[in-house]
Design a protein around this ligand. Structure first.
Ligand code: FPP
Length: 250
């Protein structure tokens, strides 16, 4: 008997029921480190390993879009040494992993207020984007300096400008027009939102886009989150009855 409580193999997944877009709030690096009396930065370093594991798992299972919440607009308020360490980890990740992304045909993208990031990180983002731009197996989106409310404010500004310029009739503003003016313009809304480390909140992530996302919250801390649990969550997602506000089909 397999004692692993998450024992679902990739082959047990129904390809027709895979989410087209998985979004993840990666939480718990600090607690993982604290439990071991380590510096929080060690927790973030372990967190990068989980980032790799989950990108590979998405690629292997054929999930076409993955969005990871790596740094929020609120995270700028963390101690300077922690912000710096996260920026260094980010640059290292982009430089180390872009070849693997390209080999796997993964297109890299970043969403958020990217102009607030250090010049070096912006450069590494641009390099990684152009290096992987032909990837058509999967799109990886890192949400960086990202806030759902700021994204909505930016969308309102962009739409208002078009109205003032006479390019847009306010009567034609629709759900889909709003979606097209968000950072995620060319992405489908997430079908599945995962949050690690047990907190029951959204933390300003993809506020518009998660209207009908299935939510899965696990107590596992991000550095302990492994491929087997991710596959298990995909299996749970298969069994969800998504009604989008309608009644169930009989
Ligand atoms: C939450 O843990 C995590 C973050 C604020 C950052 C996520 C960053 C990584 C996984 C590593 C860097 C990412 C890339 C893509 C290179 P927390 O510090 O809030 O944990 P806590 O709530 O337990 O304190």
């Amino acid at each position: 008997m397999n004692s692993n409580k998450f024992s679902v193999s990739d082959s047990e997944l129904d390809p027709a029921k895979l989410p087209a877009h998985v979004a993840i709030i990666m939480d718990g690096n600090g607690r993982w480190a604290k439990k071991r009396l380590f510096n929080r930065i060690i927790g973030h370093e372990k967190g990068v390993e989980t980032v790799r594991t989950i990108i590979r798992a998405c690629h292997d299972t054929g999930i076409p879009n993955l969005t990871l919440y790596a740094f929020s607009t609120e995270n700028w308020q963390r101690p300077k040494y922690e912000v710096n360490a996260l920026m260094i980890l980010l640059s290292k990740f982009l430089k180390n992993d872009r070849q693997e992304m390209k080999d796997k045909s993964i297109r890299f993208n970043a969403i958020g207020q990217l102009d607030r990031l250090p010049k070096k990180v912006r450069h590494d983002i641009e390099q990684t984007k152009s290096f992987t731009r032909d990837g058509d197996a999967m799109q990886l989106n890192l949400a960086l300096s990202y806030g759902g409310r700021s994204e909505i404010v930016d969308m309102v500004k962009a739409i208002s400008k078009k109205v003032l310029d006479g390019q847009l009739d306010p009567e034609t503003i629709s759900d889909s027009l709003v979606s097209q003016h968000l950072y995620t313009a060319r992405l489908p809304d997430p079908d599945l939102l995962i949050r690690t480390s047990g907190e029951m909140r959204i933390s300003n992530f993809l506020l518009w886009q998660i209207a009908y996302s299935e939510i899965y919250i696990t107590d596992t801390l991000w550095p302990d989150f492994k491929r087997d649990e991710f596959i298990y969550i995909l299996k749970q997602f298969e069994g969800r009855n998504r009604r989008f506000g309608k009644v169930a089909e009989t």
